[in-house]
Design a protein around this ligand. Structure first.
Ligand SMILES: CC(C)(COP(=O)(O)OP(=O)(O)OC[C@H]1O[C@@H](n2cnc3c(N)ncnc32)[C@H](O)[C@@H]1OP(=O)(O)O)[C@@H](O)C(=O)NCCC(=O)NCCS
Length: 350
């Protein structure tokens, strides 16, 4: 039996510390007016000294499990999308597995930068469709502030920290992830990169002095590529699902720049109400940006079973993609779970 993969729980975590545009203007030559008019960002959240990608992601994961009414032991897989893992080894997903006590779950990381959540959702969907997993935690976490050069005004204004998660669950309902489109093009020209700290350029005193462990980016080149690839993958994902923009309740895009989002919105012919934007309060939180936005959207806008969402992203790698989701009847999935547990218990005792 082919299963569909539906989101049945979600949650997000944002660190308490706020870094405003005025705060940044005290560090680099910039100002609130420039940042807001060029990016739409007012403030971003920054991880506290004791916080890491895994600790934030664990908080988000606990919320997602609670929303899904599942225990950590119910998970059979954890996929963590991150570009800013706690360590190179162990994988951040394994640390989350341990924090949660998800002792039945396999765990691995996936790095496709800001497209990470979308790729992780697509991989999780394939696991469910192939029968390899029934309940997956798809979690994204980023501590980008630790990879930002706070002397470079072209990048330090953009990024923020945070984490978010969804529970992806097998269902026989004709709902869940209806289509995915993924793309990539090796960024040999280093339009967006963290050059040092890997095997090509291991850490040395010189790489540290050069701040080569920080994000480098040619912003305006990315801008054009982002609009083009997000619009194209959104159209392809809709066509694959047999839907049009008019069928969408909302689009939850990767939040990189307000102007990228309004340009994509206009290419796709979406109404302002359909495009969910929260970049003003978070900046670009990398792989976490879509699931944080999804969590905020769902919190403010209850959604009915059968309604459609589109998620769309662009990121380093270079990578891009889109997915169409049909919202499942989540109470019915929870009921089915309980009934199947009762049947199992009855079979054991009977
Ligand atoms: C980074 C970004 C905001 C820059 O905006 P832009 O309109 O392209 O600006 P430019 O880089 O062309 O720079 C224009 C001028 O503003 C200046 N500038 C750059 N950052 C500035 C800042 N924070 N404050 C004030 N001035 C700034 C530049 O030095 C340049 O000055 P000059 O004309 O005297 O040389 C924009 O390109 C962007 O958001 N790109 C996408 C980045 C992205 O999404 N990356 C992640 C992908 S997932």
């Amino acid at each position: 039996m082919v299963h569909h993969a539906a989101v049945t729980g979600w949650g997000w975590y944002s660190p308490a510390q706020i870094l405003s545009n005025d705060d940044l203007a005290k560090i680099v030559d910039t100002n609130d007016e420039w940042i807001q008019s060029r990016t739409g960002i007012r403030e971003r959240r920054i991880a506290g000294p004791g916080e890491t990608t895994s600790s934030m992601a664990t908080n988000a994961a606990r919320q997602a499990l609670e929303e899904a009414e599942l225990a950590a032991q119910d998970l059979d897989l954890i996929i963590c999308a991150t570009t800013t893992p706690d360590h190179l080894i162990p994988a951040t997903a394994c640390l989350i597995q341990q924090n949660l006590g998800a002792d039945q779950a396999a765990a691995f990381d996936l790095n496709t930068a800001c497209t990470g959540f979308l790729y992780a959702l697509a991989v999780g969907t394939q696991f469910i469709k192939g029968g390899g997993a029934k309940r997956i935690l798809v979690v994204a976490g980023e501590t980008l502030s630790r990879f930002v050069n706070f002397e470079d005004r072209g990048t330090c204004i953009l990024f923020g920290d945070g984490a978010a998660a969804v529970v992806l669950e097998a269902t026989s309902q004709n709902a869940g992830v209806l289509s995915t489109v993924l793309g990539s093009k090796g960024d040999v020209e280093q339009i967006l990169s963290i050059e040092a700290g890997g095997s090509a350029r291991p850490a040395t005193a010189q790489t540290v002095a050069e701040k080569a462990h920080c994000i480098k980016m040619r912003g305006n080149e990315i801008f054009k590529l982002a609009v083009r690839s997000m619009a194209q993958s959104a159209q392809e994902a809709l066509a694959k699902a047999g839907l049009s923009v008019n069928d969408l309740r909302a689009v939850i895009p990767h939040q990189a720049n307000h102007r990228i989002l309004t340009a994509t919105q206009s290419v796709l012919g979406l109404s302002e109400d359909q495009m969910f934007i929260n970049i003003d309060r978070y900046g670009n939180t990398g792989a976490s940006s879509i699931p944080i936005a999804l969590g905020e959207f769902l919190h403010a806008n209850p959604i009915d079973a059968g309604e459609h969402l589109l998620i769309v992203a662009f990121g380093g790698g270079l990578t891009w993609g889109a997915a169409v989701l049909r919202w499942a009847d989540i109470p019915a999935i929870k009921r089915e779970r309980k009934e199947s547990l009762l049947r199992k218990n009855f079979a054991l005792t009977g």
